[in-house]
Write a protein that binds this ligand. Structure first.
Ligand code: ATP
Ligand code: ZN
Length: 287
């Protein structure tokens, strides 16, 4: 039977859940019966959701039970299943780092030789140790890895860090960042043609939402004499829109500007005589 829906796995409850649902919502997709069941049908796109522990998502996608999934890159690389990385999603940013007691000196990675390192990422830790020619004991542990040094169970840890607050309160300091992670969309490596087409449509929506988030709509008033200079500063997607103001010699100019360029450009616009600058968010951007 031909499949007429995309089946996607997302985290049932945890740090990824809300942002995964929010991302779908921004793509015009709503979940009909909440995430308290194993499965839910979506509206606004032929999509069925499966709610799982994030650790289980790569296996479900490899086995074809789910066509796609959303989870942290850290977990995708740790599970090392046969899945395709389709798109970074920009949320749940964190890093996977080595941390040691803050009283230790840290001349370099070599001090990890002969130490016991607790982690819930044994695969990625083994890879890091091998690549750096370090001989250390790996202590796989699930949960509360940060407390193991103060309990005497380990000398150092290899764990997820976001603000570093948990490390500090456990008397630890971060000394090596091994992986920068964020949520990603993964997919099966041999999806049926129809499902693959649906996945591309969903990716198109996700990329339009991401582009919009990285751009702002900018409106300003500019004197005719400096028009060329101002247009060069905010060239927009194709070119800016210009409309005459009632006041002779003045124009209203509308364009799009990247979030990253924003503050640098604003000062130059003011220098060029721009006035009444308004900046507004963009919801979707299709180019
Ligand atoms: P599950 O019950 O689904 O197995 P979990 O306890 O493994 O959940 P969470 O703590 O919800 O996982 O974290 C899920 C993912 O969120 C992590 O794998 C990581 O990618 C990301 N993450 C973890 N900690 C943070 C953090 N402090 N800040 C931002 N993102 C984080
Ligand atoms: Zn998990």
């Amino acid at each position: 039977m031909q499949k007429d829906k995309l089946t996607m796995a997302i985290q049932k409850s945890g740090r990824l859940s809300d942002d995964s649902v929010q991302l779908l919502k921004k793509c015009g997709i709503r979940i009909q019966n909440g995430n308290n069941k194993l499965k839910a049908l979506a509206s606004g796109f032929p999509l069925e959701l499966i709610f799982l522990r994030d650790d289980d998502i790569p296996q479900y996608v490899e086995d074809g039970v789910a066509d796609a999934g959303i989870l942290g890159l850290n977990e995708v690389l740790e599970k090392n299943k046969d899945v395709d990385l389709m798109q970074p999603l920009g949320f749940s940013r964190c890093r996977l780092s080595v941390a040691i007691p803050k009283t230790w000196d840290y001349p370099g990675k070599e001090i990890l030789n002969g130490k016991r390192i607790a982690t819930s990422y044994p695969v990625l830790l083994r890879k890091f140790l091998l690549e750096n020619d370090i001989n250390a004991d790996i202590h796989p542990i699930s949960g509360s890895v940060e407390v193991t040094p103060s309990l005497g169970l380990a000398d150092a840890i290899f764990e997820i860090v976001s603000s570093g607050g948990t490390l500090l309160s456990n008397g630890l300091k971060e000394v090596e960042t091994v992986l920068e992670s964020e949520a990603v969309l993964i997919a099966g490596t041999s999806l049926p043609e129809e499902v693959s087409r649906l996945l591309q449509q969903l990716l198109f929506r996700i990329r339009s939402v991401q582009k919009a988030a990285n751009n702002k709509y900018i409106l300003l008033n500019a004197p005719e004499s400096n028009m060329e200079r101002i247009i060069a500063l905010i060239p927009g997607i194709k070119s800016p829109t210009i409309m005459p103001l009632v006041e002779e010699g003045w124009y209203s100019l509308h364009s799009v500007i990247s979030e990253d360029d924003f503050w640098g450009v604003i000062d130059k616009l003011k220098e060029a005589g721009a006035e009444g600058i308004l900046v507004a968010p963009i919801e979707k951007m299709v180019t």
